[in-house]
Ligand binder design. Structure first.
Ligand code: HEM
Ligand code: HEM
Length: 256
């Protein structure tokens, strides 16, 4: 499943849109230049993207304050409940994130082939590695022309898997294990996630520390990702941010 540059991809028609409203939107957004537009990211994937992004921002901010609490407020703790509220937001966002992630895994099976790109990397393909190298040079301003991709470019795919998907799985496992520990070791959650402590030498402090460490992978990914999305929207030969809103990819030229 190599991610083919658009110039070599077979020409594809957008999926059939049956609803009256869909047709009106499609007719109103038809491109008039020969540059093609292609429907890439389906609605469930886009919904997941933005829900996940909001949860991650909430989790990083509240997680940071759980680890580095704000100074105590004068008076009864129960009158203010500052850290209690911070933790409550963390746990709620963590549970939304986990359920949304399960939905995203389902969509990797049910959706189009772009929905599988962040999970399946063609690491056996020399062509794919070559194109990662080309993207690195393009991001480093060391080559003048970017390629055109219908889905994620290979470097984005690589970063999304190793700096987001893997840390996200580890965050969900360690997060639920820590939550289960607080909820009581005789509960169902501990029965499901208690084994995670075994991976860290049955040491709760180590689980906290790794849960904290994995956050920094996600923070680094988010900063680079948002920079790259904005940069590519301006400098590349295709649409980016609007594509994650509408699902449609527009190409700015007809060149190969
Ligand atoms: C203002 C904030 C953000 C913007 C503007 C943005 C923009 C985008 C764009 C344009 C894409 C599509 C890239 C492409 O076509 O190759 C994308 C994909 C993606 N973004 Fe973001 N993003 C934002 C925040 C985040 C955050 C905080 C995360 C998680 C840490 C995130 C995770 C992802 C993932 C995993 C994908 C791949 C989606 C999939 O294939 O399911 N994004 N983002
Ligand atoms: C992107 C995902 C997440 C990030 C960035 C994140 C971040 C953090 C951070 C930095 C801490 C403080 C760790 C420490 O130094 O002690 C923390 C604590 C915690 N997190 Fe998360 N977390 C995430 C996901 C989750 C999930 C999915 C859950 C499950 C509900 C969860 C539950 C917890 C619990 C129970 C604690 C300990 C609270 C305490 O000891 O008061 N986290 N998180």
């Amino acid at each position: 499943m190599v991610n083919t540059p658009v110039s070599k991809a077979p020409t594809r028609k957008p999926p059939r849109q049956d609803g009256v409203f869909d047709r009106i939107v499609q007719e109103a957004t038809e491109t008039t230049t020969p540059a093609e537009k292609i429907y890439v990211y389906e609605a469930p994937l886009r919904l997941w993207h933005w829900v996940n992004a909001i949860c991650i921002i909430l989790l990083c901010v509240t997680g940071y304050f759980i680890a580095t609490p704000p100074p105590s407020v004068y008076g009864e703790a129960s009158d203010h409940f500052v850290l209690g509220n911070i933790r409550m937001v963390h746990f709620a966002a963590g549970q939304v994130l986990a359920v949304a992630f399960l939905g995203r895994i389902y969509w990797a099976f049910a959706g189009n082939h772009h929905a599988r790109q962040i999970f399946l990397l063609p690491v056996w393909s020399a062509k794919w590695w070559g194109e990662i190298w080309h993207e690195i040079k393009w991001y480093a301003f060391a080559t003048p022309t970017p390629k055109k991709y219908i889905g994620h470019n290979p470097l984005a795919q690589f970063a999304m898997f190793f700096l987001l998907i893997v840390p996200l799985v580890l965050q969900i496992l360690t997060g639920f294990a820590l939550y289960a520990e607080g909820a009581g070791t005789d509960g169902w959650m501990h029965a499901m996630f208690g084994w995670v402590f075994g991976l860290f030498g049955d040491n709760s402090f180590a689980v906290h520390t790794y849960h904290h460490l994995f956050m920094w992978f996600i923070v680094v990914f988010s900063i680079v990702h948002i920079y790259a999305a904005l940069r590519e929207d301006i400098m590349s030969r295709q649409s980016l941010i609007s594509t994650m809103v509408s699902g449609w990819r527009y190409f700015k030229d007809d060149e190969k």
